[in-house]
Design a protein around this ligand. Structure first.
Ligand SMILES: [Zn+2]
Length: 53
């Protein structure tokens, strides 16, 4: 359903939160999905989007 990168970027703002240390990481959406982005602090690849609800 989500096919447009612009809409995706707007939706998630390309900002992710580390599940481990909860620091914010700004990264490309596709890279995070592919697991290429890791947390700067704890280098964990487990990231989630900012939106909780
Ligand atoms: Zn972290």
């Amino acid at each position: 359903m989500v096919k447009f990168p612009e809409a995706e970027a707007r939706k998630f703002r390309n900002i992710f939160v580390c599940k481990k240390c909860k620091s914010k990481v700004r990264a490309n959406n596709m890279k995070v999905i592919q697991g290429k982005v890791t947390c700067r602090k704890c280098s964990s690849p487990r990231l989630r989007t900012v939106r909780k609800k």
